[in-house]
Design a protein around this ligand. Structure first.
Ligand code: GLU
Length: 380
């Protein structure tokens, strides 16, 4: 069962979520003149450190590279060409990461930088690779620091906003909660800056309906690419993956601590559990002609929620690539389910029936002990 099934408030979600994605908007982190708000950053990092020390897994998605880079180059953030934004991101990202690394070091924590494009979150192979790296960093107790790979993303394939990127990352690592820190403390029934009757909504359980979208119609943030519209787009992605989402005002110091103490915010709760969202997605995903025939022990193990090891595969049929969905079949020909293969069909042939410890020897490299990870299995 998912960790957040019974929570009703942002505060409870912060206390219950084992894996949290924290997204920081440029407007919070970088002053209008392009300098980094170091005190704010250090306070945020202390909050993250407190969560990590309490056993949570935290991924930090931070914007700000472009604005920091523009400042370094003495450029104003107006009417920029894509190449200028990309060059600014190249200059700024290294400074941003350096500043974070310093702040985390003060808390005895390490950060690992991951720059992703939209394609990395869509192409199955790249998705699996990025996910494996993120999970490894989390297993090591380190903090993945994520931004869009602005230097190579072209206009058509850019996220352009880190709200949606953060939601995709949430789906990737099976996060329970995505926290969007911005300059507004949640969703209102109208624009709170212009409409006095606009009411704050602490909890949304309906999903992102047209009514919810209408309430968010106005772009309320002057500097970031975000605004409420991309936040709701992010909510759709997150909720679709069974991940809850919070919109909170991060302007003050210690924004995550404030959420844990019950500051005003909006919590969006998913209708589907993470598990059922993933299963629905897997079953809906087109499967090619690849088939793995499992022996009885393996069929039993996967039904108990375990990953599929090569040792339990007695036969490999058809051609499939890494990241493709394959069919799982029993020795009696029964259709057991679907799963995403970590090894391609040739590799699977070579390691079927063998021990995971032998994978490196047989293939010359290993991508871990599983042929299919438990999270990537949908069983009938
Ligand atoms: N990736 C951009 C940056 O780091 C920011 C995108 C956003 O504002 O969401 O500058």
């Amino acid at each position: 069962m998912d960790a957040l099934t019974t929570v009703e408030t942002a505060q409870q979600a912060m206390e219950e979520a084992p894996t949290i994605i924290v997204k920081v908007g440029s407007a919070l982190l970088v002053r209008e003149n392009g300098s980094i708000r170091r005190e704010w950053m250090a306070a945020l990092v202390q909050d993250i450190a407190a969560l990590v020390k309490a056993g949570r897994r935290v991924v930090l998605v931070s914007s700000g590279a472009i604005r920091v880079g523009l400042r370094l180059q003495g450029r104003e953030p107006v009417q920029l060409g894509l190449d200028e934004k990309q060059a600014a991101a190249a200059l700024g990202q290294i400074r941003l990461a350096e500043a974070y690394a310093d702040c985390f070091a003060e808390q005895d924590l390490r950060v690992g930088q991951i720059l992703l494009t939209q394609e990395d979150t869509e192409d199955r192979r790249r998705y699996l690779n990025a996910r494996a790296t993120l999970n490894r960093l989390l297993d090591w107790g380190t903090i993945p620091l994520v931004n869009e790979n602005d230097t190579v993303a072209t206009a058509e394939i850019r996220f352009g906003d880190n709200d949606r990127l953060a939601a995709r990352v949430g789906g990737m690592v099976g996060a329970d909660l995505l926290v969007l820190l911005s300059d507004i403390d949640g969703l209102y029934t109208g624009n709170p800056k212009t409409e006095t009757s606009a009411e704050h909504l602490p909890l949304i359980t309906t999903g992102i309906t047209p009514e919810v979208e209408a309430m968010a119609g106005v772009e309320r943030s002057a500097y970031s690419n975000g605004g409420m519209v991309t936040k709701l787009a992010a909510a759709k992605i997150a909720l679709g993956a069974g991940c809850a989402m919070i919109i909170a005002d991060g302007s003050g110091l210690h924004p995550l601590q404030a959420l844990r103490e019950g500051v005003k915010a909006t919590l969006f709760k998913p209708a589907l559990s993470r598990h059922s969202a993933r299963q629905a997605w897997l079953v809906g995903a087109l499967s090619g002609n690849g088939v793995l025939v499992l022996d009885e022990g393996a069929a039993r193990a996967v039904r108990q929620g375990k990953s599929l090891l090569p040792a339990g595969v007695s036969q490999v049929e058809g051609a499939f690539g890494r990241g493709d969905t394959v069919q799982l079949r029993g020795l009696d020909g029964s259709d057991i389910g679907r799963g995403i293969a970590i090894y391609d069909s040739e590799e699977a042939q070579a390691i079927a029936g063998k021990r995971s410890a032998d994978i490196a020897g047989l293939l010359g490299e290993t991508r871990g002990p599983n042929l299919i990870h438990a999270d990537d299995l949908a069983l009938f």
